[in-house]
Design a protein. Structure first.
Length: 491
């Protein structure tokens, strides 16, 4: 009765599927924006799309191509060289082909009987990643929605592991121990906000997060970490996790993993490495030294929808000792009964905080099959080179101020306005907004040392040095124009 509405193996379904997918491809390609952004405001887009949800099918069917075209035109063109604000990548064509298969098959990764082939592919993909990261035999992992989930999992397992070992307390059964308010997590001042978010979700609160000082290149200082951990112990607190960052969001900086790992070992503290961004350098012979010491981690975050160029979402959480997944293991008779484990049936729900999950491993598997490690390395090395080129250009331009030497593809800088610090503040806040308003591009913004700053994030290996030069010239042009307007207004 409804067969023509669903994907399936019959001829009617196949014909409708080809028609629908073909129409979607045509609509997408026809409406692709030429620039990085349309510049439309939230109010304008609300008005444009108003009234489309829940309309009668007969009324709205003919309008679907127009609606899709409007969505495409007003989306960020992540493939454009001036879409350079965030860790938001263009996507590989093999990964897009994989998405077609993932969506149509609709496998659910929680139990083997919902995703038999997918379960095996994911396990093989994780085994490859574990070897790439240098983790020991007995390590395991799971695919995740991204860095925030992976960081949360690392800290959740660290909390429960510490409670069991230190106080013989079973958080899984009994909830937080009475001394939970004394538990502390250590991370750098430049770490991702998900560390604090995880502390909130874990019932520890943001007071549990100790921010450690960074050096001039925004890397965690091992000496400051050692002092902070020792000071916490002296104060009667309970250090249970250190989060080192391999590729910070603003600066792309890499905490020195070997000395941080040594401090974690000396203090018998769990080491989690947030390599959501910088983990991609594992693919690069030129730059993988920045990850020396990663193999000492108790757990690792990797994101593939950043510098592995995969569609959102696609990440992984790796755990050095697979037995520690027991802290989140729950058995459901209808899904992953004990008998399945006895029969060696792999139900992956036991390794995730999620139940239903997509078969995202196929995207990375397909991309690696198509391009190989060398193909990835070439693109990742290009991102590093773009960051270095931008830094050199900024450093040589008297109207711009470079705030660090980049290790990867993030470059933080300021426009130098004439006049007071307030003038500099106002112009640097206004430049990214003006870029977007005029449809010139998406330029990053942040706050460094209590003052606004600009940021270029290079995640597009198709970007050229000339593209970088032109965007910096545009920054200077827009900044000068804003200064001129300010002077006219003041007069």
């Amino acid at each position: 009765m409804f067969r023509d509405r669903f994907f399936g193996a019959d001829a009617t379904s196949a014909a409708r599927y080809r028609e629908a997918i073909g129409a979607a491809v045509d609509a997408l390609l026809h409406a692709l924006p030429k620039g990085a952004c349309s510049g439309a405001t939230a109010g304008e887009l609300t008005e444009l799309f108003d009234g489309g949800v829940g309309a009668d099918a007969q009324t709205c069917a003919n309008g679907i191509p127009t609606l899709v075209a409007d969505v495409v035109r007003h989306s960020i063109a992540v493939w454009h060289p001036r879409a350079a604000a965030h860790l938001h990548c263009p996507v590989l064509i093999p990964a897009l082909a994989a998405e077609v298969v993932i969506a149509a098959l609709n496998q659910s990764m929680d139990s083997f009987d919902q995703a038999p082939a997918a379960t095996v592919i994911e396990q093989q993909m994780l085994a490859w990643l574990i070897a790439l990261a240098g983790l020991p035999a007995g390590a395991a992992g799971t695919f995740t929605a991204g860095g925030t989930q992976s960081n949360y999992m690392g800290l959740l397992l660290a909390r429960d592991h510490h409670a069991e070992r230190r106080w013989r307390w079973n958080v899984h059964r009994d909830g937080l121990p009475p001394v939970a308010s004394r538990m502390r997590i250590f991370c750098s001042e430049a770490s991702h906000f998900s560390v604090e978010k995880s502390a909130i979700q874990l019932g520890l609160g943001t007071q549990a997060v100790v921010k450690v000082a960074v050096d001039a290149e925004r890397r965690m200082r091992p000496d400051a970490l050692a002092v902070a951990v020792a000071g916490a112990r002296e104060a009667g607190l309970e250090p249970f996790a250190i989060v080192a960052t391999a590729g910070t969001t603003d600066f792309g900086s890499f905490d020195p993993l070997r000395p941080v790992a040594a401090i974690a070992r000396e203090n018998d503290v769990w080491l989690h490495v947030d390599a959501a961004y910088g983990g991609a350098l594992l693919m690069s012979d030129r730059h993988q030294h920045l990850l020396d010491g990663l193999e000492s981690a108790d757990s690792i975050t990797l994101d593939f929808h950043k510098a592995f160029f995969q569609p959102i979402s696609c990440g992984a959480f790796l755990l050095a000792e697979s037995d520690r997944f027991r802290f989140i293991r729950v058995v459901a008779d209808y899904l992953n009964p004990e008998a399945h484990e006895d029969a060696a049936i792999p139900d992956l729900v036991t390794r995730s905080v999620l139940t239903t999950r997509r078969f995202d491993a196929l995207k990375l598997w397909w991309s690696l099959r198509a391009l190989g490690r060398k193909g990835f390395a070439e693109m990742i090395d290009q991102l590093v080179d773009l960051g270095a080129h931008a830094a050199a250009r900024i450093g040589s331009n008297p109207r711009l101020m470079l705030l660090h030497q980049p290790s990867f593809g993030c470059v933080v800088f300021r426009y130098r306005a004439d006049g007071s610090p307030e003038d500099n503040h106002a112009v640097n806040v206004a430049i990214p907004r003006e870029f977007y308003r005029r449809g010139m591009g998406v330029l990053g913004h942040t706050v460094i040392d209590r003052a606004p700053a600009l940021k270029l994030t290079f995640l597009n290996p198709c970007t050229t040095a000339d593209d970088v030069d032109r965007v910096l010239e545009a920054v200077v042009e827009v900044g000068a124009g804003l200064e001129a307007m300010s002077r006219v207004g003041a007069a």
